[in-house]
Design a protein around this ligand. Structure first.
Ligand code: LCS
Length: 398
């Protein structure tokens, strides 16, 4: 790169791009090739031995995907990043790379349902123990740490109840207990546009890039970002040997395309969400709104400190009358689409207890502060006034 560039929007467009691309293509080409030929047997051997740079096989690396990995690493201020074929591929490869027989993980109670499932009844089958605590309570985290604890795992804002945890304080706490504990933050909801966990003391960032990073609802993908030695381990063990959850080069191309507008999109998601949260908060048919931008949110002050430029685009809320009223309201929506996933241009709504978080038992939902009647709104890029009109007409019908 010729000039030193720092702005987030500039990095999202320029960081990591190929220099001296063969034909001078402006957009990164799609290297849709599973394998790469060697000019001799010896060259192949040297590449496998790590003695020579160059591509081997797309599960181990691909030119299109490498551009994307460098770009996402730059956005997260990480040494390096590995791309995956899904967020769950990234999360499981990350945790397989950290944990081992006899080790212990501390995780927050409120997590995306499949992450919870992996920690609750997946990795525990293989001799790893997991303690779920409310990680916004530092005392509870301190009490959960053990000599064999290898990882602290959180999402902030958390899916689906937008709970906020203090990344800086948690980092100080776990690293003063044991500097080798890997503090992993799922940054899917905040995106590096709003929060950079590694700058606040986390060791690893994971993403479902299916959401805001791609932003167009047409790709399933994930990332692990962190220090070089750990990323090498995630690539050569977590990805290559344990999950094989490689990202397809065409999907990498789509995410590169999406990232060009990440900053613009996130700004709009945040502005829309703030207006909509205020509308819902003042509506007599709404019992409770969970949005970190509202002063009434218990994590508001921490969110204001660690999220820069907005509070994200996800709002959860409870309609007066509980689950039945909530379901009736959702079914009355016209513009807003009933679908899981989030971070897309379209405003999406879902019911966590029966959909994204149906991996939790009723008792586990209760312990995690996810009520039966909670609905989760992923605020899209439409005009806020139209989203509000739709919410209003549906609320009037309840
Ligand atoms: N982390 C978070 C915070 C997520 O919300 C999700 C997916 C994942 C990881 C897993 O990523 P994936 O493998 O799907 O790319 N969350 C979803 C949700 O809330 N609705 O549908 C999927």
């Amino acid at each position: 790169m010729k000039t030193k560039i720092k702005g987030f929007g500039t990095l999202a467009i320029h960081a990591g791009n190929l220099e001296n691309e063969t034909f001078g293509a402006l957009a990164t080409p799609i290297y849709q090739s599973s394998t790469f030929y060697f000019d001799s047997c010896e060259t192949g051997g040297r590449r496998f031995a790590g003695e020579e740079n160059g591509f081997i096989y797309t599960r181990l690396g691909n030119p299109t995907t490498s551009v994307l990995e460098r770009k996402v690493a730059a956005l997260e201020n990480a040494d390096d990043a590995v791309a995956f074929g899904s967020g769950m591929g990234a999360i499981t490869a990350c945790l397989w790379s950290i944990a081992a027989l006899g080790k212990h993980i501390v995780a927050d109670e409120a997590l995306y349902g499949c992450t919870f499932a992996f920690l609750n009844h997946g990795i525990t089958r293989y001799g790893v123990s997991v303690t779920f605590v409310d990680t916004s309570d530092l005392q509870a985290v301190r009490q959960a740490l053990r000599p064999n604890t290898c990882c602290l795992y959180i999402e902030t804002p958390a899916n689906p109840n937008l709970k906020i945890e203090d990344i800086e304080e948690l980092s100080k706490l776990v690293h003063s207990y044991n500097k080798d504990i890997m503090f992993v933050v799922d940054n899917t909801f905040a995106t590096p546009c709003l929060t950079r966990p590694l700058d606040l003391g986390a060791d690893v960032v994971v993403h479902s890039a299916t959401k805001y990073l791609n932003g167009h609802g047409d790709v399933i993908a994930g990332f692990v970002c962190g220090r070089q030695d750990f990323i090498n381990e995630v690539r050569m063990f977590g990805l290559k040997d344990m999950t094989g959850a490689v990202l397809d080069p065409f999907a990498a191309f789509l995410i590169l395309r999406g990232l060009k507008t990440l900053e613009l999109r996130v700004q709009r998601h945040c502005e829309n969400a703030m207006q909509i949260a205020e509308f819902l908060d003042g509506h007599r048919k709404v019992a409770k709104v969970y949005f970190p931008g509202l002063k009434s949110h218990p994590g508001h002050e921490i969110a204001a400190k660690q999220m820069h430029g907005g509070f994200g685009g996800i709002i959860s809320f409870e309609v007066r009358g509980g689950k039945e009223a909530g379901m009736r309201f959702v079914n009355e929506l016209k513009l807003i689409t009933i679908a899981v996933s989030l971070g897309d241009a379209e405003t999406l709504i879902e019911h966590p207890a029966s959909m994204t978080h149906s991996t939790y038992s009723p008792e586990e939902l209760n312990a995690a502060g996810i009520s039966e009647g909670l609905v989760r709104l992923s605020v899209g890029l439409e005009n806020a006034v139209d989203i509000i009109d739709d919410l209003d007409q549906a609320l009037r019908r309840v």
